[in-house]
Design a protein around this ligand. Structure first.
Ligand code: PMP
Length: 397
């Protein structure tokens, strides 16, 4: 296995070597190596995973028939517990859609849906910055695929004109809030494009918007009033919904096809019914959680304004705030600096983001206090010289 050693050395040399940290979550804090830090790297955007009273309430009311710790088989064998039907019916009802189907994770959803639905005569046009799971889904399938420049609709339309004729169907694939940049896809314009080209199927991954956007918390499509125009609306349940798994909201025929053809749906043990029951409990309450959504939105505005005042501006207007640095080594040093001050921010490096665009990724969460948000912005302001001129700052210090 010597060949692995040299690969690992190469990762170390470029600052891209990763290890698993021993860390424990304690509410909105993270305990790591004897330090207690505010956890600003989790996807618990509404603070629901940190809300022990909510979980205790769920445990009090969940029926023992629904709290099984294992499904013991695939949904297509003996694992289709009624809780999955109830969860899917609830999601379909909330979205006003024909059907929904749940999966064990967002990774499963995105690696399975495209290979199941897009055939060799089809074309997939995907935003350049879509998540690795979607890229893997395209790689695993038979369809020809091209990535269009990030959020660039004129590039997308040019590709549609050039390539469209030669393909039966064209899948356009995007995230709604992009996981690493925090900026948003122009959903209304994409829907408009779909209206002009009859054979487009629109696939939107709302992983980072589900629970947070729209008056019921259904995502950016709800906010933009276009849920019914999206053919494949994917949401994940391990982020704002504080559970595990994922879902697609779609037509009944799509659901039936996925049940028959989607390999990560068919060939895996279903999530434990207990987890699905918790998802259902949270999803039923999401529409009422307007105060948490409002709080996160206000905090988001405040933090973006504070960063802009320091000359740090990005395309993000969302709760995902990238703090650009550039080189991996500099990003790691900056992360260590802010962690020493009690803010758990992580460096995001290649291959997660393109070479030279390493950044800290700040995930805001609704359960931060005003004081914590203020202290955070002060800390980031103090780090500004490092952020704007990382190399110079490093040699100077
Ligand atoms: N889609 C996006 C946009 C994501 O960011 C992620 C994970 N961070 C996933 C899908 C995968 O979801 P899961 O963690 O449930 O596998």
């Amino acid at each position: 296995m010597d060949f692995l050693q040299s690969q690992l050395e190469a990762l170390k040399a470029t600052g891209n070597y990763r290890t698993l940290a021993h860390a424990e979550q304690e509410g909105r804090y993270l305990l790591k190596e004897g330090r207690r830090m505010l956890n600003l790297s989790s996807n618990d955007y509404l603070g629901l995973a940190a809300d022990h009273a909510l979980y205790a309430d769920f445990l009090r009311q969940v029926s023992p028939r629904w709290s099984l710790p294992s499904s013991s088989s695939s949904r297509l064998l003996t694992g289709n517990h009624p809780v999955f039907d109830e969860l899917e019916a609830t999601l379909a009802r909330l979205y006003g859609a024909e059907a929904a189907l749940t999966f064990n994770s967002g990774y499963d959803a995105n690696t399975g849906i495209l290979p199941a639905l897009a055939g060799k005569d089809d074309l997939i046009l995907a935003d350049k910055l879509v998540h690795a799971s979607l890229i893997d889904g395209m790689r695993l399938g038979q369809a020809h695929w091209i990535r269009y420049r990030h959020n660039d609709l004129s590039h997308l339309e040019r590709l549609l004109k050039q390539e469209g004729e030669a393909h039966q169907r064209i899948f356009i694939v995007t995230e709604s809030i992009f996981s690493m940049d925090g900026d948003e896809a122009p959903l209304r314009e994409l829907v408009e494009l779909k209206r002009r080209y009859p054979h487009i199927i629109l696939y939107v991954d709302e992983a980072h918007a589900f629970g947070l956007r729209g008056s019921k918390g259904l995502g950016c499509a709800e906010e933009a009033g276009v849920t019914s125009d999206i053919d494949l609306l994917v949401g994940t349940l391990g982020k704002a919904a504080a559970s595990a798994g994922a879902f697609v909201v779609c037509r009944q025929s799509v659901r039936d096809s996925l049940v028959n053809r989607m390999r990560p749906f068919i060939f895996t043990t279903a999530l434990p019914p207990l987890v699905a029951a918790w998802s259902l409990y949270v999803i039923r309450r999401l529409p009422e959680m307007k105060d948490k959504r409002r709080r996160l939105a206000c905090m988001t505005r405040y933090v973006h304004e504070a960063l802009q005042a320091q000359g740090i501006s990005t395309a993000s207007h969302s709760h995902i705030v990238p703090i650009p640095v550039g080189r991996s080594g500099d990003t790691i040093r900056l992360a260590e600096q802010v962690q020493r001050r009690g803010f758990y921010l992580l460096p995001v490096r290649p291959p997660t983001v393109p070479e030279g665009t390493s950044r800290l990724r700040l995930s805001l969460r609704a359960d931060l206090t005003d004081e914590e948000v203020k202290n955070l912005t002060h800390e980031l302001a103090a780090s500004t010289p490092f952020i704007l001129h990382p190399k110079q700052h490093h040699t100077d210090s």
